[in-house]
Design a protein. Structure first.
Length: 97
C-alpha cells in the first residue's frame, strides 16, 4: 500500500481476516431461462447433446448456424423458429444426392 494511503489514515485490508466477497460467474444456471451465451435474451432452444442441456437464444443459435456449427439435437422452448433458421441457413441438414 502506498505511503499516501497510510498518511490519509486508510488501514490496509487483511484479506485473511476479512475476505473480499467474490462473485462467481457460471455459464450454466438451471434456474434461469436466459441464453447461456449472451445472458441477455430468453432461451429459444436447449442443446440436448451436452449435460446439463445448454439454453440458447434465437440470435446466438442463428450465429452458430451461420458459423457452420449448428445445434442439431435440440428441444424447442416455445415456437420452433429455429427449425426455419436451420432449414434456410445450414448445409448440415441438407440431404445428400
Amino acid at each position: 500500500m502506498p505511503r499516501a494511503e497510510y498518511a490519509a489514515g486508510v488501514r490496509p485490508r487483511d484479506e485473511r481476516l476479512n475476505p473480499v466477497p467474490r462473485r462467481v460467474l457460471t455459464t450454466e444456471d438451471p434456474m434461469t431461462d436466459d441464453c447461456a451465451n449472451c445472458h441477455a435474451a430468453p432461451a429459444a432452444i436447449e442443446d440436448v447433446d451436452v449435460r446439463p442441456p445448454r439454453p440458447w437464444c434465437l440470435g446466438c443459435a442463428t450465429a452458430l448456424v451461420r458459423a457452420g456449427d449448428p445445434v442439431l439435437n435440440y428441444r424447442a422452448l416455445g415456437e420452433d423458429e429455429y427449425a426455419r433458421v436451420l432449414a434456410t441457413g445450414s448445409t448440415a441438414v441438407l440431404p445428400f444426392g
